[in-house]
Design a protein. Structure first.
Length: 407
């Protein structure tokens, strides 16, 4: 196989401007785990400071010995909050039961009112976590349980609202607001993702119509030609029928691939230009395009593969123009092996943590990922291992030649 490098001029890549979605699940999972660990460590430090502050305040105002009960209750609720991630519903219920019990015991035993600041913050974290992730009924139950704990803090009130009630009510409202906000944001992201999928499926329906019309038109024309040959040159009818059979097999194979995509994912529109034209119109750093010599125009690829390669390259170049302005060059490499077509787009921009965060929540490559997956391929986008810059790599299976299709 002979490849050719061709530098391209600069212009803006057209189309959707969303950033790439990271496909490196293992790396993203590790990064998310580290972030959660840091968040829990910070929360634990804050809770420890609040416990120490509350114990000191009680000891100086009530006298020695009164701080122990509140400190133990707050530490238990804090520990439950720090261990909440595996079973959020159970953790929320357990924390609320401990806090409610502490409030009742402190009222009956004449101890300082509970829950204190540390326990109130821990309960807010438990409420936010449960409301954000649990099913609606369970989330409502946890929110109602938090309100019961707030009400229990006012049992000894004789005039006005006790400060401990104000503290716990404020913490409960903050946790409820944080959980509802995160839940709403997740729902909006899901709606946007489904909108992308629906839009791409509609494009695929139009593409399916065009493919079927093209193949059926060819079959009709060859059938008409066969009728003419049957009257004038009967000895050539066999080859005409073979052509009709081949065209029918092509149509069935194309429809199978496209209908499979319509069931599962989103396709791109047919490409308006070649990869060379797309690279030449890019307005970022110089683009170096490498194509297999026998496939310089992509004419031998199936239409859905050609369209998918074009959209993946366009989306990757868009990502470079938006999030890698410091890149000095971009390399687009298309390679063909038996049964597989791979396309990789790399840049040499310096590392930027913000780029990973934007890629993790973007929608630009969502449709492309589903399209590539539906074709039986894979798509990876993320930092280049062992080198600066970003890489987007798609591997697409090529269908067997028509002659190998089952009849």
């Amino acid at each position: 196989m002979t490849d050719r490098d061709q530098p391209a001029a600069r212009d803006r890549a057209p189309g959707d401007r969303a950033s790439a979605v990271s496909a490196d699940g293992a790396a993203d999972g590790a990064a998310g785990g580290r972030l959660r660990w840091v968040a829990d460590a910070g929360l634990g430090a804050i809770l420890a400071v609040l416990l120490a502050f509350w114990a000191y305040s009680v000891a100086t105002s009530w006298g020695p010995g009164y701080w122990a009960f509140g400190c133990v209750a707050g530490a238990v609720v804090s520990a439950i909050a720090l261990a909440r991630r595996r079973r959020k519903a159970l953790a929320a219920v357990a924390g609320q039961l401990v806090a409610l019990s502490a409030a009742l015991v402190s009222h009956l035993a004449g101890l300082p009112a509970e829950p204190g600041p540390a326990a109130a913050l821990a309960l807010a974290v438990l409420t936010a976590s449960a409301v954000r992730t649990l099913a609606p009924r369970a989330a409502c139950a946890v929110a109602l349980g938090g309100l019961v704990v707030v009400a229990a803090t006012g049992l000894r009130a004789t005039a006005g609202i006790p400060p401990v009630t104000v503290l716990n009510a404020g913490a409960w409202l903050a946790g409820l607001a944080a959980g509802l906000g995160a839940r709403t944001l997740a729902a909006r992201r899901e709606v946007m993702a489904e909108t992308v999928r629906r839009h791409e499926r509609l494009q695929l329906a139009r593409e399916l119509h065009d493919v079927v019309a093209h193949h059926v038109t060819g079959i009709v024309l060859q059938s008409q030609a066969a009728q003419v040959l049957a009257r004038r040159r009967p000895e050539h009818v066999g080859s005409a029928l073979t052509g009709i059979e081949t065209a029918g097999a092509d149509a069935l194979a194309a429809m199978r691939r496209l209908v499979g995509l319509l069931r599962d994912a989103a396709p791109p529109a047919p490409p308006p230009e070649s990869l060379a034209g797309l690279a030449a119109r890019f307005d970022g750093p110089p683009v170096y395009l490498r194509l297999p010599e026998q496939d310089e125009d992509g004419a031998t690829w199936p239409p859905e593969v050609t369209a998918t390669v074009y959209r993946v390259v366009r989306e990757a170049l868009t990502n470079v123009s938006r999030h890698a302005r410091a890149a000095r060059s971009v390399h687009v490499t298309v390679a063909r092996e038996p049964g597989t077509l791979t396309v990789e787009i790399t840049d040499d921009a310096p590392p930027a943590p913000a780029r990973r965060r934007r890629a993790a929540t973007g929608y630009g490559l969502l449709g492309m990922r589903e399209r590539v997956t539906a074709l039986g391929g894979t798509l990876h986008a993320g930092p280049r291992p062992g080198a600066p810059g970003w890489s987007v790599r798609a591997a697409l299976p090529l269908p067997p030649p028509t002659g190998s299709e089952p009849r």
